[in-house]
Design a protein around this ligand. Structure first.
Ligand code: GLY
Length: 373
């Protein structure tokens, strides 16, 4: 383990870029971003919360490198992933004079990265953007891979595009100021990488999760770099999710449905929803005879220790009936001809894409799981 900066390439031909991970990178953003500019100007998109903590530092860092800045500040929260906020953001960026060759910086968590990336992908038919993620979840998942988008009343992220960033700047120091609940929610995505494809990383997390959650510098750097490296490899193999990339949705078919049932309020964070979803994916795999019936208990114990929810019935939402829940799950983007696709597992670190799971199996599982004591 090391405290030095780490560079992880995402190899996508002419859309290749680097993920740069380290401490104090926000202060170095001027030199880093300058490499991508055709003129010394960037537009920053951020939200009301992040602006309070980090906007000034970023403006100073860019200003020191001679880069002029202008900002668009959107309301904090998932509700900003809407057509209304997308329209306002595009209009504001055009109003600031953003040109075809300019770079837009997304400074914030997943909502800002997804909204800004989508705006960048359609503004003047596509401008470049740089991700500076400020939440742990955005560090290890949403800032990497080029998925951008907004939500619909029909479900999460149903409207969007693939638009790769030109660079990702991950300053590990910014997560230190986050509330513990946010860190735990981001941690769920870190554990996901171990569960889907790296049993030894999961075993490492079983020992070191408390250090990662406490933002110990070395443990956090290792966990974020390992997660980003796996995501970079998967995205390089399958940018537009025709196969392997779907593995990154472990726990998400269930998880997105909890978020939809909750109306995307902050009562339930994405990481909390997928924590329950990942436990269920392993439990469902056991029920279908794909892996040892008890593997899910190890997954459950891990998330429970991390302070994450592991039981659908304890979520702070009105749990729909199993039949209604199945309908909500059908909006999942992995559905083909109305049939649900799950990410299931043959064991820890051995997930696979399972299509054609009969509805009656899913319904029987949900009935059992929602009723279990
Ligand atoms: N968050 C899943 C993906 O980027 O594919």
């Amino acid at each position: 383990m090391t405290h030095k900066n780490t560079i992880i390439p995402v190899s996508l031909g002419h859309r290749s870029y680097d993920i740069e991970i380290g401490s104090g990178l926000l202060a170095q953003a001027g030199q880093i971003v300058a490499r991508f500019l055709k003129r010394p100007f960037v537009a920053i998109v951020t939200d009301t919360n992040v602006a309070q903590h980090h906007l000034k530092s970023l403006e100073v860092a860019l200003g020191t490198a001679g880069i002029k800045t202008a900002s668009v500040i959107v309301p904090a929260g998932e509700s900003s992933k809407s057509f209304e906020e997308l329209a306002k953001t595009c209009d504001a960026l055009l109003g600031l004079g953003v040109e075809r060759n300019d770079v837009v910086v997304a400074l914030g968590g997943g909502v800002i990265g997804d909204l800004t990336g989508f705006a960048a992908s359609i503004l003047r038919r596509g401008v470049r953007f740089v991700q500076i993620p400020t939440s742990l979840l955005a560090h290890v998942d949403s800032s990497v891979g080029g998925k951008t988008g907004i939500n619909s009343r029909h479900g999460k992220n149903l409207i969007g595009s693939f638009h790769q960033p030109s660079h990702v700047i991950i300053d590990l120091d910014v997560v230190r100021t986050l509330p513990r609940r946010q860190i735990a929610a981001g941690y769920a995505e870190i554990a996901k990488y171990g569960l889907l494809g790296d049993a030894s990383f999961f075993a490492w997390l079983e020992t070191h999760a408390p250090d990662v959650l406490a933002c110990d510098a070395a443990a956090l750097a290792h966990a974020v770099a390992t997660s980003c490296a796996m995501k970079a490899r998967i995205v390089a193999n399958d940018e537009t999710e025709t196969g392997e990339r779907a593995l990154l949705n472990l726990g998400h078919t269930f998880g997105h449905a909890y978020e939809a049932a909750n109306g995307y309020t902050s009562a339930l964070l994405h990481g909390e929803a997928i924590s329950v979803g990942m436990v269920q994916a392993f439990k469902f795999s056991g029920r279908l005879g794909l892996c040892d019936k008890d593997v899910y208990l190890r997954v459950k114990a891990h998330f429970e220790k991390a302070g994450l929810p592991v039981d659908a019935r304890r979520l702070p939402i009105d749990l729909p009936s199993p039949e209604k829940f199945l309908e909500i799950m059908r909006q999942d983007k992995k559905s083909v001809a109305g049939n649900l696709t799950f990410i299931l597992a043959r064991g820890i670190g051995n997930a696979f894409v399972a299509s054609g799971i009969p509805d009656q199996e899913t319904l029987a599982f949900l009935k059992e799981d929602f009723a279990a004591a």
